[in-house]
Write a protein that binds this ligand. Structure first.
Ligand SMILES: Nc1ncnc2c1ncn2[C@@H]1O[C@H](COP(=O)(O)OP(=O)(O)OP(=O)(O)O)[C@@H](O)[C@H]1O
Ligand SMILES: [Mg+2]
Length: 242
């Protein structure tokens, strides 16, 4: 359901140098697969996921999602495809702080072909154990509960693919295990494939299919320094300006 071929993405550094961050010859996901990519900080994982989700445009290459060529679409076409086929779980959850838990899930449905379905949104929030929190705001929830809202929002549109970018980076070990189990179970229930990236061993250990991102992505060595150095514990993700 996901076929990536000859995908490249480069950024220009503030000094004007062009650095290739993603260079993936071939990557496939079967329907319903659950795959974790292991990769060090700065190795291009988030960039790769943003390309697959159509948030970024590649310089070259092909991304076919459930039969549709993502790279042939303009920005609004990619937004529609993403809403229809992809659920995205971010490390920092990206919940809308001015909206309640229920509204966050409903807004996530508003771009999808199925449209807003209040009963489905409530059912998904019930599924992740938050039916008693529908009218709370994200700041009133624990980190683990916010993560569960993000899971409910990601699966509400019945996606074909759920993408999770370091989704447990802000959770302790016990909550990491339960959050991952919830993601895996809910993806299985709605028939979605799950593609997760992480450099956390406790996270990767919960997947049978763990692939080494450095073997998939032939990025420029130049882009590994200084950004490619492993992050220190607690240090925020680093990001350069395009
Ligand atoms: N918009 C951008 N402009 C310039 N360089 C960028 C941009 N986005 C990412 N990069 C660079 O691309 C490289 C890969 O970044 P990316 O965020 O994809 O890595 P990552 O593997 O997700 O790292 P982390 O584990 O820290 O999240 C880094 O060197 C980063 O500085
Ligand atoms: Mg990242």
């Amino acid at each position: 359901m996901l076929i990536v071929r000859n995908l490249t993405k480069s950024f220009t550094t503030p000094e004007g140098a062009k650095v290739r961050v993603v260079d993936v010859a071939e990557f496939h996901l079967e329907p319903g697969a659950q795959v974790a990519l292991r990769g060090e900080s700065g190795s291009g994982k988030t960039t790769f996921l943003h390309l697959i989700a159509g948030i970024l445009r590649p310089n070259s290459g092909s991304i076919v999602i459930d039969g549709t060529e993502m790279t042939a679409l303009g920005e609004s076409g990619r937004d529609v495809l993403r809403a229809a086929k992809i659920g995205y779980i971010f490390q920092t959850f990206n919940l809308l702080q001015g909206h309640t838990v229920l509204e966050n899930v409903l807004l996530g449905m508003s771009f999808a072909p199925g449209g807003v379905d209040g009963a489905r949104a409530r059912a998904m929030l019930d599924r992740v154990g938050l039916s008693h929190r529908l009218r709370h705001f994200p700041r009133e929830l624990s980190t683990g509960q916010q993560q569960r809202v993000a899971v409910a929002r990601a699966i509400a549109n019945r996606p074909k693919l759920v993408i999770a970018d370091e989704p447990t980076g802000n959770l302790d070990n016990r909550h990491t295990a339960s959050a991952l189990d919830l993601m895996k179970e809910t993806c299985r229930e709605c028939g979605a494939a799950l593609l997760l990236v992480s450099h956390d061993d406790a996270t990767l250990a919960r997947f049978e299919d763990v692939r080494d991102f450095s073997a998939i992505n032939r990025m420029d060595n130049a882009s590994r320094t200084p950004w490619g150095q492993p992050r220190k514990p607690g240090e925020a993700p680093r990001r350069a300006v395009e």
